[in-house]
Design a protein around this ligand. Structure first.
Ligand code: HEM
Length: 395
């Protein structure tokens, strides 16, 4: 049975989309298309879009630059108003002007989508998830933490953590962090696994909890305990409320895998494009010699800046490559909800890459299997395998 409760509305707006099915919306199709796409072999130069988002790739072609589909029947029971909302549509827009309008949100009409039950276990009331006055307050604080002097003061800690990561005997704090990241990682996988799962009305209020929900609840408790332990070790007098725990979780989550992926993919590209690797290394040595990176030198790393995004396409800068259209390429988002950690992330990545380039030459290992997967950020499913050869600059 095919149904689209909003057909009349969609048609009057001129928005098309795939026919939706009762209860499941388009979820089953999305899951099937993803399964088929991911079962295919992937070469290093293959286009990622049809592989990772096959439904979007295909429906954009069929239904136009902006289309509507039904992400399952995002069934939701609003008990207080005794109202049953059965379906939730997703509008996919790919026209840069419209993207800009939504993300800039000047009229304050676009709110972020409400996280799923599992998503809220992962994000709580951290900056990524909150809205309104609460967001204004939290964003102001976060802006101060991740910019200017405060960011400069973090440089030594970033250098130490790159150093520690390269030592066989890792520090205790590193292991603590690792425990936390493993738990966050497991939670992310559960959330992603359930994005296209159909939830039937009332089911989430039933006595029987799904295995995923039970595991997510256990992980939530574990993450909470871990954050408290880490914060208490640094500051005994601090009162650790739920808000602080949620914000710490958010920064761990938003800051770890994103920068990890960025580093991983950049190392892969540099290992393949040895000429760019040499160019980047020459620049690093010119600016830092064999010394550790310092805040004054980091903005001078022009080649690494290009590398952090994409090679030849951005050789003349991002603005030129996108025809001066900010909404055509925005890895850190756009508008008021854009990434608060952008300066932190690029600083951290430039420090780590500079220190790697100072020490090693990288070549792609024959053991590397190219399998990018989308888990909020784009990750290499089997890791990045490169062969490191010592540069002999550092004794
Ligand atoms: C390569 C690294 C990173 C990338 C590509 C990235 C990307 C993004 C993007 C695209 C958004 C907007 C999401 C949206 O529109 O819903 C965002 C938001 C955010 N990012 Fe990042 N991010 C990175 C690193 C970081 C780091 C290191 C932190 C903090 C430690 C961070 C914290 C946040 C937070 C808190 C938000 C939500 C901001 C708000 O809603 O006001 N990110 N990020």
């Amino acid at each position: 049975m095919e149904t689209s409760p909003y057909t009349a509305y969609d048609n009057s707006q001129g928005i098309k989309g795939p026919p939706s099915r009762f209860i499941h919306g388009n979820s089953k199709q999305v899951t099937q298309m993803k399964k088929e796409a991911s079962s295919k072999h992937m070469g290093l130069t293959d286009d990622l879009f049809p592989r990772l988002q096959p439904h979007i790739y295909s429906w954009l072609k069929t239904y136009g630059k902006n289309y509507l589909y039904w992400n399952g029947a995002q069934a939701e029971l609003v008990i207080s108003q005794a109202e049953l909302v059965i379906s939730q549509a997703e509008l996919v827009i790919s026209e840069p002007e419209l993207v800009k309008e939504v993300l800039k949100n000047s009229g304050k009409v676009f709110v972020k989508r409400k996280p799923t039950d599992l998503g809220s276990k992962l994000l709580g009331n951290g900056l990524v998830a909150v809205e309104g006055e609460k967001w204004v307050k939290q964003r102001k604080l976060a802006n101060q933490v991740f910019h200017g002097e405060s960011l400069k003061n973090m440089t030594p800690a970033m250098i130490t953590s790159v150093d520690n990561a390269s030592k066989v005997e890792r520090l205790r704090s590193y292991l603590e962090g690792e425990k936390m990241f493993n738990m966050l990682n497991k939670s992310t996988i559960i959330v992603i696994r359930n994005i296209f799962a159909t939830r039937i009305p009332f089911i989430r209020y039933q006595v029987m909890k799904s295995t995923d929900l039970k595991e997510a609840e256990e992980l939530e408790k574990g993450i909470q305990a871990c954050v408290m332990e880490i914060v208490k070790k640094r500051e005994d007098k601090v009162v650790i409320g739920e808000e602080l725990v949620d914000e710490c979780k958010t920064f761990y989550l938003a800051g770890q895998d994103t920068v990890n992926s960025l580093l991983g993919w950049t190392v892969l590209l540099l290992s393949i494009h040895r000429d760019w690797q040499e160019k980047a290394r020459r620049e690093v040595i010119e600016i830092f010699g064999d010394q550790n990176p310092h805040p004054e030198g980091i903005p001078k790393l022009k080649t690494l800046n290009v590398h952090l995004f994409k090679l030849e396409r951005f050789a003349n800068g991002v603005a030129k490559a996108t025809n001066y259209n900010a909404a055509a390429y925005f890895p850190f988002g756009l508008g008021p909800r854009s990434c608060v950690g952008m300066a932190f992330a690029t600083t951290e990545a430039k420090i780590a890459l500079s220190m790697i380039l100072q020490r090693y030459t990288m070549t792609l290992s024959p053991a590397y299997v190219h399998r990018p997967v989308l888990l909020i950020s784009l990750r290499p499913q089997h890791g990045i395998h490169v062969i490191l050869e010592s540069q002999h600059i550092h004794a």
